[in-house]
Design a protein around this ligand. Structure first.
Ligand code: NAD
Length: 363
């Protein structure tokens, strides 16, 4: 199979969908790999690195799209790319179709087969191609929180760890899933005083077992959330109800309970956010202030640490790329329930019920 990797064109996107090691693995299995020149630069991978592993460089995205049987990407195709996608071509990337009718129509019109990272569900019911980005965002949330608590960034002027004689910051984490647990781990490492809230008691028991002593695992109810807001220097929003908008756990009027200069990092912004005052921001303009509370609500946090994110993503996607390429699409999909769950569009027809439901399309 010919596998093509175009340069990402979405703004602030520095990741690339395949590393040189992936090129090596695919070529060893008899495939051919086309990389658009400079596709890896944002992640610190040079054209030379790819060439040394046997990739063929293409100067333009058009050439990659024209020649490849399967395109692997990071972000969903952008409007400029829709017309480049060919009938019968396989696209393997994040799509989030339900969020965009234009993208759905563009891919339906292309006649391609779209396999979405975000709906690939493994035998244990997990979403293994979303997990690495939640790990990145969770860990990064504390790094960003630490930065915006600094006075020049309009924060309270608090050092997360405190110092001998001065108490550390109090960090409240709403949601103890992948984002929340990774945030708690880093926050605890800083020596902060951490509370992690969840409604899943089994999850709380697990977290209580594995987290260090400076992390309290608390049941998430309105009373506890309000009590936490009065104490918190930093609040991390990390809840998810799969397939639904995030629940609004912090209402606009609750912000008045928070200390001036405290910081909210709403990682769940991509599902609408769990703080009522959340609105999506970008890496170029990441924060805004309401009621003296600094809000950071960047919807693609992993993009800022493109190199780490690329490696984390490719570690997770490469086995699936190899599987799709190896067996031929139909055989691979027949043999693998996770791959079946990831096919959203098959040769120009919606085959994933939630996408059909989102737009009233046949499935
Ligand atoms: P997850 O499913 O692993 O964890 C979500 C947790 O929220 C679960 O443990 C669940 O029990 C808990 N929860 C549900 N309702 C709750 C409530 N009322 N109170 C407290 N906890 C509650 O999900 P995740 O992978 O950790 O992702 C969390 C969010 O972060 C998602 O919306 C995801 O899309 C988002 N995310 C954003 C970025 C970004 O760049 N902004 C990056 C990665 C992930």
């Amino acid at each position: 199979m010919i596998i093509g990797v175009p340069t990402e064109v979405k703004s602030d996107e520095y990741r690339v969908a395949l590393l040189p090691v992936g090129v090596e693995e695919l070529i060893a299995r008899g495939h051919q790999v086309l990389i658009q020149s400079a596709a890896g630069v944002g992640s610190g991978v040079t054209d030379e690195d790819y060439l040394q592993c046997g990739a063929e460089l293409c100067q333009t995205a058009d050439e990659v799209f024209e020649r490849a049987d399967m395109i692997i990407k990071v972000k969903e195709p952008q409007p400029d790319e829709y017309a480049k996608v060919r009938p019968g071509q396989i696209l393997f990337t994040y799509f989030h179709f339900a969020a965009s009718r234009d993208l759905t129509d563009g891919m339906l019109a292309s006649g391609s087969t779209c396999i979405a990272y975000e709906t690939l569900r493994d035998e244990q019911g997990r979403l293994p191609l979303l997990t690495p980005m939640s790990e990145v965002a969770g860990r990064m949330s504390i790094q960003e929180g630490a930065k915006y608590l600094e006075k020049p960034q309009m924060g309270r002027g608090i050092l997360l760890s405190g110092v001998p004689g001065v108490a550390p910051a109090h960090i409240t984490i709403l949601g103890g899933g992948v984002v929340g647990a990774n945030a708690a781990k880093i926050a605890a490492g800083f020596g902060a005083d951490v509370a992690i809230l969840d409604v899943n008691l089994d999850r709380l028991r697990y977290l209580d077992d594995v987290m260090p002593a400076n992390v309290d695992c608390l049941y998430s109810d309105r009373h506890t959330i309000l009590e936490q807001l009065t104490r918190a220097d930093l609040v991390i929003g990390a809840v998810l109800i799969p397939g639904a908008k995030a629940p609004r756990l912090v209402r606009a009027e609750d912000l008045k309970r928070m200390k001036p200069g405290s910081v909210v990092i709403d990682v769940a912004v991509d599902q609408g956010g769990c703080i009522e005052t959340t609105r999506p921001t970008t890496h170029r303009d990441p924060t805004y202030i309401i009621d003296d509370v600094v809000h950071y609500c960047v919807a693609n946090m992993p993009g800022a640490v493109g190199r780490t994110s690329t490696f984390a993503l490719c570690n997770a996607t490469l086995p699936w790329v190899i599987r799709i390429a190896g067996g031929g699409l139909m055989e691979s999909v027949k043999a693998s329930a996770p791959l079946r769950s990831a096919v959203n569009i098959y040769q120009g027809k919606v085959v994933h019920q939630p996408v059909a439901d989102a737009f009233g399309l046949p499935c």
